[in-house]
Write a protein that binds this ligand. Sequence first.
Ligand SMILES: [Zn+2]
Ligand SMILES: [Zn+2]
Ligand SMILES: [Zn+2]
Ligand SMILES: [Zn+2]
Ligand SMILES: [Zn+2]
Length: 754
Amino acid sequence: MDLSHFIQDTDNTASYDASPTMECSELEEFQSLSHLADEFSVLDCSLFPFCVLRDSDLRSEIYGFSRGTSLYEDRSLVRGNYVAGYILRELRIQSRKNTQTYPELCFIFDLPPELVFEIFEHLQPIDLYNLIRTSKGFRSLLLGPQARAVWRETFSRHPDIPSCPPDLSLPEWASLLFGPSTCDHCGCNEAMPDFSFRIRKCNNCLSTTLEDSEVENLPYFEDEHASQNDVLLTLIKRTHRYDAMAYPSSGQMYATRHCAKEAKSRAAEMKQFLVAIDSNQPSAQEAYGIFKAETASAVDNIMEHVQACNAWCFNFYNLLDDEFTERVSRTVERFSKLLGRMGYNPKDVEGARNDIHWTIYECCVRKHDSKAFRSCLPRLEIALEDAKWRRLSEEREELISQRKKEVNIIYKDCQRRIDPACWQHLPDSSHCYELDIISQYIDSHEQSATLDLDTAAQIILPFFDQWLAYGKRGLLELMSKHHIPSLSEENALDLATSVFICPLHSPEDFDHSVLLGWEDAAVHLECKTRRHYRDPQPTRPFPEPLLLQYSTTGRKAVLYLLGLLGMEASSSALDVEALEARFTCASCPPDSRPGTMKGRFAMKFKESVSHVVSRPDHSTDSFLLLSKEATESVVFHESSPRLEGELSWSCKHCSLHFESYVSRDSVTQHIQTIHAIPEPVQRVDFVYQRQKDPRRRSPHLIGLDVRRTYRCKKCPSLRSLRLWQLRRLLEHLDDEHDVSEPVENVDWYEIDIW
Ligand SMILES: [Zn+2]
Ligand SMILES: [Zn+2]
Ligand SMILES: [Zn+2]
Ligand SMILES: [Zn+2]
Ligand SMILES: [Zn+2]
């Protein structure tokens, strides 16, 4: 048989009818396939029309059109039937590797048809599909009954392609898999086949074709049969595709949709069974059970196949996605180089990298040529302008922060020059950024601007004095608002009765301490509200007003405690601090430590005041003063580190300890050796540097239920302060001092706690 007429045949439907070999039913079936019939005339131009196309054009020319409805606006990677496009491209790459090429293939068609079919058996199914699209001739040849074996053979040679469902012919299956992604309804090109319903619909048309399968919204069964809606969903085909161009990954089960027509007819079938059951017909229940099982199994088989098809397509999507991502990053590299050559600052090009990346995405750049670069250039230039602006502001910020660091160093140098007793009272160096020449220096646009120490010191040193005066004035104003009995302003702030609270370090919220007198309060002068911390405004030299509060409760508590101690109301805060006195609260129920006894904590003076201030239910006279003996013993038992050991001391004669404070012992040693003062005195030769967050100490618990109020008279003086339970003490006397029959007030004695 001469096959050449198949090739030269024009699109004349009469030839179908004239061909005695064509089996009508199959042809009709094939013609009824969606969007197959009207494509054939387009590309009937040469022997193998795909040969003249470049790889890059292949997908867009044959399978791709403009984009429309895809949900993936940022992805220009899939266009048209990307599965078919991908396979064709791979075939093309393979064929290039083949060194034996035949420019003229017409001789094939002089061969007997059996041989031609044998050759065709070596093609990919997609080749057969494309051949039937090239001409009437090929179509007639390959859809004829003698070609069935060819189709079967090509598919069996490519087991990776999902198997053809039993109710479709292989050409139909090939058409569904490899046909253009044209929407069955509106003709737009963003509709990959849906294998559940064997339709191609774009996102818009998909939503009008299929129904959402949310059980609560299903209208098929109502009232007592409402639960059958659930059953119905297992007896009809579903799709989990949420985008017309994409496929769900395996296991992705949300966004379920179904076909209303199918659901309606299935529901009608189910209703017949339900009617039979409702009218108590014999075996109706069993019959319904069998129907459900058989239908579900048939649907499950279909759905299993659908999943395999989805997974197959999903894989191509991923391959293209990976390729696309890689291609974009290569393009970013190339564009960056080109921009560098155009003279853009490399830092700006680097800074605009992200924008370059997105421009390439958004401009759907598919080739890396200079045309693509030119088309992107206006957007790239805007991105580079932004990057330049960002770079310049970063550089400016960097310069300003560098200058601030220099000012900080100068500020510290100035601090070293003043009395160490004031170091902790001065604010952070940011308070001086706004001062006259300092702000001029920081904000200067001259790269070469400088600030010398002496000039700056002329501003900073007076600022220190102004700051301390501002603090004192502020604290006195706070007191005067509460009509505190007038004392000479000179020493009003030194008194123990001048009780302040810093809201940021408050005894109520954070278990901090009240602030007694100037020395304590001055450390918190610069405490700012949280609002201030977030305030982008620069720090003002003197924030108004002070955040500190005066505490009248604290003042009353101080007066009461001073009364217990028999001290004057005008005692100074420093005198009170030096006291070795302990109090217990009589208002609180006894505290208990887990696993041990109940008792009361022995608190220091300031701790007692803080205790009252943080407990509004306490009256200010809730305290008992511990006896002298009990206090000695409590101090003996207190395990918490003492102030002396804290690294908070510094010499008052030099600035050696400015950067890191030392222990009291170290500072006295330093003064003895360096300043030759044999007996250094606190506040004259050295100072304690208070912190905003002083270290917490755990007070000693005095037992109430198990009394430990006995002392040994035989122990050496230092250990004699230890408190004992009586039983333990008697054992101790026997074991340690060999006193087997101890006598009260000779070998041991009891002390009074209060
Ligand atoms: Zn559509
Ligand atoms: Zn504070
Ligand atoms: Zn209490
Ligand atoms: Zn010194
Ligand atoms: Zn003893």
